[in-house]
Design a protein around this ligand. Sequence first.
Ligand code: BGC
Length: 759
Amino acid sequence: MFLKNKLFALLIISVLGHINQNVYAQSKPSELNTEQKIDALLALMTVEEKVGQLNLYNGFWNVTGPAPEHGGAATKYKHLKNGWVGAMLNVRGTEEVNKVQRIAVEESRLGIPLLIGFDVIHGYKTLSPIPLAESASWDLKAIEASARIAAIEASSAGINWTFAPMVDVSRDARWGRVMEGAGEDPFLGSLIAIARVNGFQGDDLTDANTIAACAKHFAGYGFAEAGKEYNTVDVGLSTLYNTILPPFKAAQEAGVKTFMNSFNDLNGIPVTASEFLQRDILKNGWDFNGFVVSDWASMNELIAWGVAKDKKEAAKLAITAGSDMDMEGHVYIKALADLINEGTVDVQLLNDAVRRILRVKYELGLFDNPYRYGNKRDEEKRTGSQSHRESVLDMAKKSIVLLKNEGDLLPLKKKGQRIALIGDLANDKSSPLGSWRLASDDETAVSVLEGMQKYKGNTLNFSNGPEVFKGTSTFLKELDINTTDYSGFEEAVETAKNADVVVMVLGEHGFQSGEGRSRTNLELPGLQQELLQKVYEVNQNIVLVLNNGRPLAITWAAEHIPAIVEAWQLGTETGNAVAQVLYGDYNPSGKLPMTFPRNVGQMPIYYNYKNTGRPIDKDNNVFYSHYSDVDKTPLFVFGHGLSYTTFSYSNLSVSNTYKTNKEITVSFDVKNAGEVTGKEVAQLYIRDLVGSVSRPVKELKGFELVELEAGESKRITIKLTEKELGFYNNKQEFKVESGDFKIFVGGSSETVLEADIEL
Ligand code: BGC
């Protein structure tokens, strides 16, 4: 193998050159373990080459952030040859990847292979539902399988590192990036983080179809003040330790190879410069031995945050804080070598960062074969294959949440019905792909119209209605929402008039959520609410199919519309999934991973809130915790989701053996009380009634996804241990505090059974 020979030759040179390399003098490279190989390689590297390993460049065409001042293609090529680039992002496809890999491996002095990173967020070419939607399945196996498929496709196109999973807990639907996470709950979020890391990384990272994962954005990004993108974050340590950090810790324990830091500051320190987060917690506290990549240009942004006066100061802050790799910031490459050479920064900090990056490269097997990721034949065979389409269809169906179904309007009858299908989004093949889908082809989703057309027994009349968005909507630009052009409005109302059932597909465009897409209005954009109300005036038999990347405030619809289906953005197979659910070929089983508000003013709203000192109106006056102008409850609670059957819960029993073996065993029966087979997510919550710190009114601590035939019952048993019963107190110690607890069980966070225990 070329690379091995090259390294071996260099090793020999190093020995002959009397460089102090005892390991090399005594052994062949093949006999060295990874750490020894890294030692040996480090000894060969100049300061500039070491800094080069810390440098992550964007590819030459595809930008996922603001374009930097420097770094045109020519400079980047030159730096690749110099060995001053450790990784690239947004280079994809076997040919393109091999082109840059070849320069690094065959033309640079040491020939160290590149990491090739990409935002494989919910699939590569074949798209799964957006991550928030997948999370609504509560189906950890399916979520893991979805990440596996994404890794198989991406790796065949040369990618060996994904910038996923995003594990930011968020309670604020104004923040557009909630589409990319697992919702508001740290417990569910942690399990999903583990499933995704396992899916991407598999059992053996050296397999050519597994890729390194990246837990992002560490940490606090989901708590951006007022849900405004890139905003400041000020949270107490209790929230940090109990709510924000758990999914990151879970990812770390699952062996995630990399972390990405976040754009925000945390309590005054921009995270890229935070030693507290990156060294004290992550590297020293959790023994994380992978590396931390900065977010896009976040090192450079230390200047705009006003904590560094120039790039040099930014580089010093970042390396000291433990930010190992500079993503497109052009900060380390300019300044870090100078800082080391003049003795301002200890070279050990640089060595540590390089070591972490090289370690991941060894673990991926890149030194054995830098071209193992990316194979034209596999790329063609695997990306977009039929079996992958079937898998994402399965995931899409599992992600749908039935929010309301009054009078059993759903499932639709398969024959003899006049169905009116209405809405610009119903005929859209791009929006359902969602945001973060850089490698997929535009206009490749199965639209809801196409999905519905496959059911031939009914008459289907489609009417587009007014456009929701003007022009082409893209990842890079603000969307242009139509609020004035009523073309198609009347025709849609006419179409609805004569139908037995009206299916309306309304909501957000796929590019209305995601990065840079915060909103102050969570209602249906454009003319859609008006259209819904006008249609309702002529025909009340409406099934509303929602498309959205975040919880929406659809209060009027929730009061008036008999059936509401939350269909998010479901990826490539969207239309087939929606049609199969509407027609009852798949019985919906999803549950909301985020609370739906009544209006935007309720933000942030979440189920695991604090009781406060004045939770209820005791004396018929206004002095209790509430709003004067809206009910304080949410529109749809966390964990809510209906089925075409119903489930009942009974016989809750709790065996409390905490004193003897630190365990509580909770058992209960779930029965399918309806007439069709269905799946239910049985949920268990606790409340620690008296703590040294105020505790949430409910915390999810267990769940089981069960499939039951009509009339069938199952006894479910969930164990609670110290891990579930404890929390971080205000000294950041994880403790179980003795005293009274409540246990709750049910099909949503509005639970139906409860028991008391004492620890
Ligand atoms: C985002 C990251 C993403 C990176 C690379 C940034 O703007 O915040 O989540 O991985 O770009 O595309």
